[in-house]
Design a protein around this ligand. Structure first.
Ligand SMILES: Cc1cc2nc3c(=O)[nH]c(=O)nc-3n(C[C@H](O)[C@H](O)[C@H](O)COP(=O)(O)OP(=O)(O)OC[C@H]3O[C@@H](n4cnc5c(N)ncnc54)[C@H](O)[C@@H]3O)c2cc1C
Length: 297
């Protein structure tokens, strides 16, 4: 199918983009990589009157390393993280997450800001940026405001952005080199969205036990879920000594699932989440701070 007719605008500055979004009214939308919006428009599930293409605004496609965080422009692509064309504030997690998104063709066009604004709970950036407690900078003609990603994401395809606001940038705190991160995505085949995704940050003892891990699960509910019961139970444990049977009731408690559900599909999904968390725990890596020092744009 083809999209309904629309007018196309290509601003080259953020002020111009904000002016257009304000003046063109609520039926106008911004477009970045188009990897989610264009399929929806082709199916006529969205019929915007105007598209405001953000990709010619050069300032939105840069990353700036600051003292304790890195600010990523909204149209930094998944590929730019994957190929380390921008600094990785986390010493490897952002690169790892980006490399798992869809196919390479999607990663060359799809953007960080577009993924967060699209707010699909099975997508990488919503869960990763929630786990990292990142903040978006929302821009409109009224100015800028900071919104924690944890507050931005409200449900399936729903955010707290106002109709005249777009994401200008995303601030990610630097992980210290004493931090360990783990991420595991379970999907049916390479190139597909997650059926389950776990993102973990923790520190470790010299003997390999985890200390106060924070665990977030994507693709389980309409927004990422923090697994507080699970994290408390694995605190101080060695991941190799944990089993799926240990984790299943803990994860069930955190996501409000019944481990004895009569529905086979529900039990299958719970099992998938428990396995995903275990694999994320067992493949944790130390944040490597060198990358941040090498990049300054
Ligand atoms: C076959 C296929 C497989 C995929 N697999 C995965 C996957 O495994 N994991 C994954 O995470 N994603 C996956 N994606 C989605 C892909 O990552 C998209 O790039 C991403 O979800 C949206 O980014 P975009 O820049 O393309 O946004 P667009 O499609 O341009 O826009 C998406 C939405 O966000 C809005 N928007 C865009 N930029 C901004 C902004 N700066 N501020 C406010 N609103 C904005 C648009 O108005 C629109 O509503 C897949 C896509 C396809 C087609």
């Amino acid at each position: 199918m083809k999209p309904a007719p629309f007018s196309y605008h290509r601003p080259t500055a953020t002020d111009e983009a904000a002016d257009l979004l304000s003046s063109l009214g609520d039926d106008a939308k911004v477009i970045a990589g188009g990897q989610s919006l264009l399929p929806i428009m082709n199916m006529r599930l969205a019929e915007p009157s105007d598209l405001i293409d953000l990709t010619a605004v050069r300032a939105l496609r840069t990353a700036e390393v600051q003292r304790s965080s890195t600010r990523y422009g909204a149209t930094v692509t998944h590929m730019m993280f994957e190929d380390q064309l921008v600094a990785d504030a986390t010493g490897g997690l952002l690169q790892h997450a980006a490399a798992g998104i869809g196919y390479r063709a999607i990663r060359t066009r799809g953007t960080l800001g577009g993924s967060l604004a699209h707010a699909d709970s099975a997508a990488e950036w919503p869960t990763v940026m929630t786990a990292l407690n990142a903040r978006v900078i929302a821009r409109s003609v009224r100015g800028r405001r900071e919104i924690a990603v944890r507050d931005l994401l409200q449900g399936f395809f729903t955010t707290t952005l106002d109709p005249d606001e777009f994401i200008e940038a995303v601030d990610v705190d630097h992980l210290s080199s004493a931090t360990w991160w783990g991420m595991y995505k379970t999907n049916k085949k390479v190139g597909e969205f997650a059926e389950s995704m776990a993102v973990i940050t923790a520190s470790r003892t010299d003997n390999g036990e985890l200390i106060i891990p924070e665990i977030w699960l994507g693709a389980a509910r309409d927004v990422p879920v923090q697994l507080t019961t699970t994290a408390a139970a694995v605190d101080g444990q060695h991941p190799e000594k944990l089993s799926v049977d240990d984790l299943r009731p803990l994860v069930a408690n955190d996501i409000g699932a019944d481990p004895h559900d009569q529905d086979v599909a529900a039990r299958h999904h719970l099992q998938l989440h428990a396995v995903t968390v275990l694999r994320a725990l067992r493949t944790m890596r130390k944040a490597d701070g060198d990358d941040r020092r090498d990049h300054h744009s």
